[in-house]
Design a protein around this ligand. Sequence first.
Ligand code: GRF
Length: 203
Amino acid sequence: CRILVLISGSGTNLQALIDGLRVNPDEGQIVAVISNRPDALGLERARKANIPAVVVDHRAYADRETYDQVLIEQIDQFEPDLILLAGFMRILTEKFVSRYRGFLLNIHPSLLPKHKGLHTHQRVLDAKEDEHGSTVHFVTQELDGGPLIVQARISVLPDDTPASLATRVQQQEHLLYPLAMRWFIEGRLRLVNDQACLDGSAI
Ligand code: GRF
């Protein structure tokens, strides 16, 4: 399975994916990491693991359509079977999403469908919720709205801040994303008629 990871930032999830593949490298390999930001720390993580690290800087392109077209051309050169968004902070065009439908996954720091979009940790605190977490889902047209694959839950503690929540959510993410990736590599995870299926059963 040829895996391509898109990032914008620190790449701790990317690191968890890299480490997750060390166990059985024959089954899957990360063939490239692409960032829209030249300063993303995750690029360094990729290089350290001998993975091609590519920058496609969104600031060099006039509009979203042009950018996504260039991104598609870059991605397709690597012929990936699976594309993982790991902190890729860009809204994707319809053309992009439909091209990779069924093999494009995202991880989002909330218990979707709650708290789509940004600042999820602050919003959980503002709403005085007692639970928070992270979700891996198939990417469809609706932002953070595609079919859910797997979630991790944490309890919100009385002293929590956005930063402390982010830390505990990320610890869960580093287990969750490699798990979903492995399901896909093993052929157990599929998108069938807009429904995520694991081992043939709707999730
Ligand atoms: C993660 O919390 C992920 O859920 C969100 O962006 C963050 C990326 O963190 N989409 P990192 O770059 O993997 O450290």
